[in-house]
Design a protein around this ligand. Structure first.
Ligand SMILES: *[C@@H]1O[C@H](CO)[C@@H](O)[C@H](O)[C@H]1NC(C)=O
Ligand SMILES: *[C@@H]1O[C@H](CO)[C@@H](O)[C@H](O)[C@H]1NC(C)=O
Ligand SMILES: *[C@@H]1O[C@H](CO)[C@@H](O)[C@H](O)[C@H]1NC(C)=O
Ligand SMILES: *[C@@H]1O[C@H](CO)[C@@H](O)[C@H](O)[C@H]1NC(C)=O
Ligand SMILES: *[C@@H]1O[C@H](CO)[C@@H](O)[C@H](O)[C@H]1NC(C)=O
Ligand SMILES: *[C@@H]1O[C@H](CO)[C@@H](O)[C@H](O)[C@H]1NC(C)=O
Ligand SMILES: CC(=O)N[C@H]1CO[C@H](CO)[C@@H](O)[C@@H]1O
Ligand SMILES: [Ca+2]
Ligand SMILES: [Ca+2]
Length: 600
């Protein structure tokens, strides 16, 4: 196949006039999830740090993302790698110090980048001073956590947990504390005691922590694990789920009617939103509140708000992670996308995320032949796009030996089963170059905290930077479209399928001469020639003026008919077109598609 290398991005700017929009910053941009341990190590201890993010800020600017979302960097004994926080207002020494954080905020804002933090409201670390005082029943901390008496004592006079509740991490959710003589609840790791959200003092503490970071300059939060915030106060046993794939000590073996998705928890989230609104008015900056909730679609939608209460700006849409699998048909993919769009409350803002520090990477879930297609969808569907570090260069999961396993979920599963549970494979250091340690750490540094993927000699940023056909170049072209095109920012969405294997969506503006976007995805293992004349906005007369695509067979300036569009195996093509319906001048172009730019 002939490869035409063109100055794609330069030409692209000519085609597009920058969109003039008064939408909030988080609507038109891509948020980039940084896993700070794995981004860049500046002090040669083998672990990424805040200054490592600071030195790479220009990278985000050139990539075209507008905001960073940081996994927790707070003081922590690291029993759950920072999601167990022992001081919500301090930076852990692993990552640096408070001055480094201030530098990060300032340097972000100098570049017009926003900084969003992960916030973990469900629990603290068992080494938090609140918990230590709660054990001693020192007021006001006595009721800061969920304490319960033993149900009874067993034959050897050992305390029996108050009920059958299980931890998400497996085993009883209750841990006995000798000193207090009671059990505490931990829905996650034993080092993560659940806070008591029936206690107004706890809620106020957490709100003050949000205020603290907003005063320091951050632009918003992602609240994680929120479905677990509240528990039923009767502490009854949960019923069995009767799902035979789970053993009796696995979380999935119970039906979580008393520990998850409780009706009362949503008003806590709405209260956090009030803080965001209060600070937004006070600080005069536009702020963002997201929640991550693994819940049914119906429950997820409640985080947007209910009746007269406003909730998060959006709950993170996990549909492309949890429902979209390698092998999903075009019809099911359409349904997965439509499902979110139609479930949203009126005028709510959508979003798409395809990876996180808890999930296998896109390139590993779908294969590297299809990951670009998934990235294209997440960037061009309506709403905010959230990307996980490394997706832009197509990083894959890394095989990690038992000896090198760090994630408590993996460690707890033991050497036989750890690969099924460990999240380490998707958390390995960013692959900057083909240098020692992939440029993550200096050559004389200690070994990185997790091994570098062996493919780093080929898969790295330096190798992709000057290659206009690379995943990196495509990613950049997509962020430019988000920034510059009204059709991507606010255009309508229509989804179509052609046969079993072709999924198509358009983003179009009504009554406008501006460019519209059409994305065609081939889920098949074979090349397909599809009739796209059914796509209404195209049928009414479309001239395609630009396209991005890997392994496309089109050449510059080639005309083609919407009756037979050729899409390579597992490929995905992005076309820009002007609908002739609104423009008499374009009417003669009816049914003629001119591809004037190509990437491959
Ligand atoms: C009593 O409980 C303890 C702690 O859970 C356990 O190790 C022990 O085996 C139990 N004894 C009996 C007789 O069940
Ligand atoms: C939570 O705090 C409230 C208010 O202080 C208190 O009444 C309640 O008993 C506490 N709940 C638990 C399970 O400790
Ligand atoms: C599991 O089976 C029991 C006994 O048949 C039944 O009572 C219970 O409702 C079932 N649980 C679920 C979640 O269906
Ligand atoms: C995805 O599915 C295709 C076709 O079934 C298969 O060949 C490929 O190995 C799969 N890739 C992954 C990463 O599972
Ligand atoms: C492009 O085609 C080549 C050769 O058929 C194949 O190896 C490669 O995986 C394709 N790339 C993508 C992204 O589909
Ligand atoms: C690994 O998982 C299997 C199947 O769930 C289980 O039977 C086995 O006991 C586990 N092994 C260890 C060492 O935990
Ligand atoms: C995506 C995310 O933030 N996941 C975290 C949610 O919280 C649990 C427990 O605190 C962590 O283990 C996850 O990594
Ligand atoms: Ca470091
Ligand atoms: Ca809880």
């Amino acid at each position: 196949m002939r490869i035409i290398v063109g100055a794609v991005l330069a030409a692209f700017v000519l085609v597009l006039a920058a969109a003039q929009s008064d939408l909030e910053w988080w609507k038109t941009t891509t948020l980039y999830q940084v896993y700070p341990r794995s981004f860049r190590d500046t002090d040669a201890d083998g672990t990424g740090d805040l200054l490592g993010i600071v030195v790479k800020l220009d990278y985000f600017v050139s990539l075209g993302v507008g905001g960073l979302l940081l996994a927790p960097v707070f003081k922590s004994p690291m029993k759950d790698l920072g999601y167990d926080i022992s001081d919500f207002e301090k930076i852990d020494y692993t990552f640096g110090n408070e001055d480094d954080f201030d530098t990060l905020v300032m340097e972000c804002h100098t570049r017009d980048l926003k900084l969003v933090l992960d916030f973990v409201p469900n629990h603290s670390s068992d080494e938090h001073r609140w918990f230590e005082k709660s054990i001693e029943r020192k007021n006001p901390y006595t009721d800061y956590y969920i304490w319960q008496d033993p149900k009874s004592l067993n034959e050897t006079a050992e305390p029996i947990p108050p009920n059958n509740w299980l931890s998400v991490y497996g085993g009883s959710a209750w841990e006995f504390n000798e000193e207090r003589g009671q059990f505490y609840l931990h829905q996650f790791h034993v080092g993560q005691p659940d806070l008591n959200y029936s206690n107004p003092l706890v809620i106020e503490e957490m709100k003050n922590i949000l205020r603290y970071w907003l005063d320091k300059g951050v632009d918003g939060f992602r609240l994680v694990n929120v479905p677990h915030l509240m528990e039923d106060q009767n502490f009854l046993d949960e019923p069995f789920s009767n799902d035979s794939q789970f053993s009796p000590d696995e979380w999935g073996s119970l039906s979580h009617i008393y520990t998850k998705d409780l009706d009362e928890l949503y008003s806590i989230i709405y209260g956090f939103r009030d803080v965001i609104d209060e600070k937004q008015a006070e600080l005069g900056r536009s702020l963002l509140l997201m929640v991550e909730a693994q819940a049914s679609l119906e429950n997820t939608m409640k985080y947007y708000g209910q009746e007269d209460r406003t909730g998060a700006h959006f709950p993170i849409n996990l549909n492309l992670i949890t429902h979209f699998k390698n092998g999903t048909t075009a019809k099911d993919l359409k349904e997965i996308i439509d499902m979110w769009q139609s479930a949203m409350p009126t005028s709510a803002w959508p979003n798409w995320m395809i990876g996180s520090n808890d999930r296998p990477r896109v390139a590993s879930r779908f294969g590297r032949d299809f990951s670009t297609a998934v990235v294209i969808m997440s960037q061009l569907l309506p709403g905010t796009a959230i990307t996980y570090y490394g997706e832009e260069i197509d990083m894959e999961d890394t095989w990690i030996s038992w000896k090198n396993t760090v994630d408590p979920l993996g460690c707890d599963a033991g050497p036989e089963n750890y690969t099924e549970f460990s999240r380490d494979p998707s958390r390995t250091p960013f692959q900057w170059s083909d240098a020692e340690f992939a440029g993550f750490s200096s050559p004389e540094s200690r070994k990185p905290w997790l091994p570098i993927n062996e493919n780093y000699k080929e898969v790295n940023l330096a190798a992709q930077k000057d290659d206009p056909n690379s995943p990196y170049a495509i990613f950049k072209a997509l962020t430019a479209m988000r920034k510059n095109m009204n059709a991507v920012q606010t255009g309508h969405l229509e989804t179509f399928t052609v046969g079993e294997k072709i999924f198509v969506f358009t983003r179009y503006l009504q009554n406008s001469n501006e460019k519209n976007v059409m994305v065609v995805v081939n889920l098949d293992q074979d090349d397909v020639t599809a009739d796209l004349s059914r796509v209404p906005t195209l049928k009414s007369g479309g001239m395609i003026t630009y396209h991005i695509g890997v392994n496309s067979s089109y050449t510059s300036g080639q005309d083609l008919s919407p009756y037979s569009v050729h899409i390579p195996a597992r490929g995905s093509l992005v076309f820009l077109y002007t609908s002739a319906a609104n423009s008499a001048a374009l009417a003669p172009m009816l049914l003629t598609i001119s591809v004037i730019l190509r990437l491959l």
